[in-house]
Design a protein around this ligand. Structure first.
Ligand code: HEC
Length: 338
């Protein structure tokens, strides 16, 4: 049916095609002015339509097609190097020796300016300290008690459930002490910055001895190519040998930066070790269940997949003949006879 109608369509298109061919030949050989004018119009209309189409696509691309950045790449700062962080790998955990060193760097260097508000002392237990060490550390600070019967608030030594205290009472005090710049809280810093660990490591180790020739550094700021805008209020803080590691690791600038960055990664993502372990369990169980489900599917479908459909042709008159040995039953022998 389809083939036949297609054939008919082709046949009817035949004369039309020849007619069109003739017209084309005729107008090409004609010198009539009205015909050449209409040809002109056609050319103009075609060109105008093409220009309009290209124009609207260009206008649309101009409006919606480009990605827009608030800053130029130069203003964004230098993109940090990709470092092969061991703890980021699929099968690796945090190096807890590193965390302990990183926390030491935070406490001895960064804590004088940066808070770590979301980290209570109890989370240090088992990850980088013993209970006694963490308790002793908490007790170094004083915290407000609940109001007593007279409504007075007293002071008590810190406990494991207390949070690491901030260096400043509030943001205003922090700004006042830092030339107007606010040292941000570091608890979630690794997640809060594009580039995460790479960025903070590059930032801490990226202060040049001198700003490059031609760079404009405003007073009170320091040149760091990794910081957006290149002028950062934090001066270089890490210098070789600044801290004394108890495990004897040489405290080079990059070693301290690496340790503190991994520690900050732990602060932002303390569940990482647990999460990876859970991930492996999920994958193992998931794969087993998937394998099982494939087997069950094949098992359940096996009867359907292996059955054979046989076509029994309708019975002929000879089959109906009551004198045949079994009337109404088609015999193998007369299958193909009628
Ligand atoms: C003397 C005070 C001071 C010390 C010590 C200090 N910082 Fe800062 N830090 C600042 C200030 C101020 C800023 C805000 C900079 C700005 O906005 O220009 C800052 C900003 C930062 C930022 C955010 C950069 C950004 O992209 O916004 C990070 C990360 C940081 N510091 C990490 C550290 C680490 C890690 C240490 C310890 C090794 C440390 N800082 C020690 C004062 C300090």
């Amino acid at each position: 049916m389809l083939a036949r109608s297609a054939f008919r369509a082709a046949r009817s298109a035949g004369p039309a095609r020849t007619a069109a061919g003739k017209t084309a030949t005729r107008s090409a050989s004609s010198s009539s002015s009205s015909e050449s004018a209409s040809q002109w119009k056609n050319t103009i209309a075609g060109s105008a339509a093409t220009v309009a189409a290209i124009g609207s696509i260009a206008w649309y691309y101009h409006l919606y097609g480009r990605s827009v950045h608030a800053m130029t790449p130069a203003e964004e700062g230098l993109h940090p190097t990709n470092y092969p962080w061991e703890h980021v790998k699929f099968t690796k955990t945090f190096d807890h020796q590193t965390l302990r060193r990183g926390f030491q760097v935070y406490r001895e260097v960064c804590a004088s300016c940066h808070s770590l508000q979301r980290i209570p002392y109890r989370t240090l237990v088992g990850t980088m300290m013993t209970v006694d060490e963490a308790k002793a550390l908490a007790e170094e600070n004083e915290y407000d008690t609940e109001p007593n019967n007279e409504g007075e608030i007293e002071k008590r030594p810190g406990e494991l459930s207390d949070y690491i205290p901030s260096p400043y009472k509030n943001d205003e005090a922090a700004r006042a002490a830092n030339n107007g710049a606010l040292p941000p809280d570091l608890s979630l810093m690794v997640k809060a910055r594009h580039g995460g660990c790479d960025y903070i490591f590059s930032l801490l180790t990226g202060y040049p001895e001198e700003p490059p020739a031609g760079a404009v550094v405003m007073s009170g700021l320091n040149f760091n190519p990794y910081f957006p805008g290149t002028g950062i209020a934090m001066a270089r803080v890490l210098y070789d040998g600044l801290v004394d590691y108890e495990d004897g690791t040489p405290a080079t600038t990059s070693q301290m930066a690496k340790d503190v960055v991994e520690f900050l990664n732990w602060a932002a993502e303390p569940e990482m070790d647990e999460r990876k372990k859970m991930g492996w369990k999920v994958m193992a169980i998931g794969l087993t269940l998937f394998g099982l489900s494939v087997w069950v599917k094949r098992y359940k479908w096996s009867t359907i997949k292996t059955r054979k459909l046989v076509y029994n042709p309708p019975m002929s008159k000879a089959d109906m003949n009551p004198s045949s040995p079994r009337p109404g039953v088609k015999m193998e022998s007369n299958n193909r006879q009628s």
